[in-house]
Design a protein around this ligand. Structure first.
Ligand SMILES: C[C@@]1(CC(=O)O)C2=NC(=C\c3[nH]c(c(CCC(=O)O)c3CC(=O)O)Cc3[nH]c(c(CC(=O)O)c3CCC(=O)O)/C=C3\N/C(=C\2)[C@@H](CCC(=O)O)[C@]3(C)CC(=O)O)/[C@H]1CCC(=O)O
Ligand SMILES: NC(=O)c1ccc[n+]([C@@H]2O[C@H](COP(=O)([O-])OP(=O)(O)OC[C@H]3O[C@@H](n4cnc5c(N)ncnc54)[C@H](O)[C@@H]3O)[C@@H](O)[C@H]2O)c1
Length: 213
């Protein structure tokens, strides 16, 4: 079994090509668009959702079958056709990063199942052992780390910036920055919600600045 190296890739403005325009291509295109990629789809046809992205100018579409040379300048390529031979050809032609939806052994990366919570991303992979399991675990994590975590995380980003400026003592600052991610705050977030959790950490911040805790 391959041991993959997990990483988060910055795709903003990067040329990404998806070969194939069906259901699976659609899922991969959506995640590329969410990451700010510049997406081209090469396929004789498009699913209805991909057709909508095209009409809204979100993707470029080359309306034909794949040809050698199509992906020579692509940063990232996804071979998502229903034709194994074409997918294998795409994987050989890809200059850099390549994912193959039906033959992971021909790819140099695989796509995980993802929970997005504001600036926090949880990615689950089974190294291809069971994509259905990756999805099921993702669904459990979505419940455990509910939407309030996303809001809380966005709020923490700002609070952390303030703490770095306003709590000069390194030890105190570190104590505070660890406290915002404590079990106690998580429990407040889950049981009482975002407003109560924010109140709890803001109060701590205020007391620390006054030298009262
Ligand atoms: C996570 C997710 C991300 C995404 O695609 O966005 C993803 N597959 C998802 C769902 C899913 N895929 C499949 C089923 C049916 C049940 C099952 O087979 O388990 C379901 C479940 C469903 O649809 O409900 C079938 C399937 N998948 C692959 C093959 C080929 C093979 O195994 O050789 C076949 C057989 C095709 C056939 O039978 O012909 C291969 C891959 N699928 C991967 C990712 C990569 C490994 C991820 C990992 O485990 O680490 C890898 C290796 C390559 C890649 O695609 O990157 C997404 C869930 C998103 C979500 O959270 O909703
Ligand atoms: N990785 C995964 O998560 C996963 C999950 C299920 C299925 N699959 C695999 O993904 C493949 C695609 O599944 P789908 O449901 O999207 O199929 P689909 O039939 O809906 O779509 C296939 C697409 O490929 C296009 N295509 C065919 N030949 C082409 C060529 N020469 N050049 C460019 N495009 C071409 C078709 O026009 C169509 O748009 C299946 O073969 C299946 O084995 C992968």
């Amino acid at each position: 079994m391959t041991t993959y190296y997990p990483a988060f890739i910055n795709l903003i403005g990067k040329k990404c090509v998806v070969v194939g325009g069906g259901k699976i291509a659609e899922r991969k295109v959506l995640s590329l668009l969410n990451a700010g990629a510049n997406v081209t789809v090469i396929s004789p046809d498009l699913s209805s959702a991909l057709e909508r992205y095209k009409n809204r100018g979100k993707i470029k579409h080359i309306k034909r079958g794949y040809k050698k040379g199509d992906i020579k300048n692509a940063f990232l390529v996804i071979a998502a056709t229903s034709d194994e031979a074409i997918n294998s050809m795409v994987s050989k032609d890809a200059p850099f990063l390549v994912n193959v939806v039906d033959r992971p052994e021909l790819a140099n990366f695989i796509v995980p199942s993802v929970v997005n919570r504001g600036p926090m991303t949880i990615a689950v992979s089974t190294s291809g052992a069971s994509p259905a399991m990756a999805k099921a675990v993702r669904k459990e994590l979505e419940v455990f780390y509910n939407k309030d975590f996303g809001q809380y995380m966005s709020f923490l980003k700002q609070l952390r910036e303030r703490a770095i400026k306003e709590i000069p003592n390194k030890k105190e600052r570190e104590r505070f920055l660890k406290d915002v991610a404590s079990r106690e705050v998580f429990n407040i977030l889950r049981e009482k919600g975002i407003i109560a959790a924010k109140k709890r950490v803001v109060e701590k911040f205020r007391l620390l600045k006054k030298g009262l805790c």
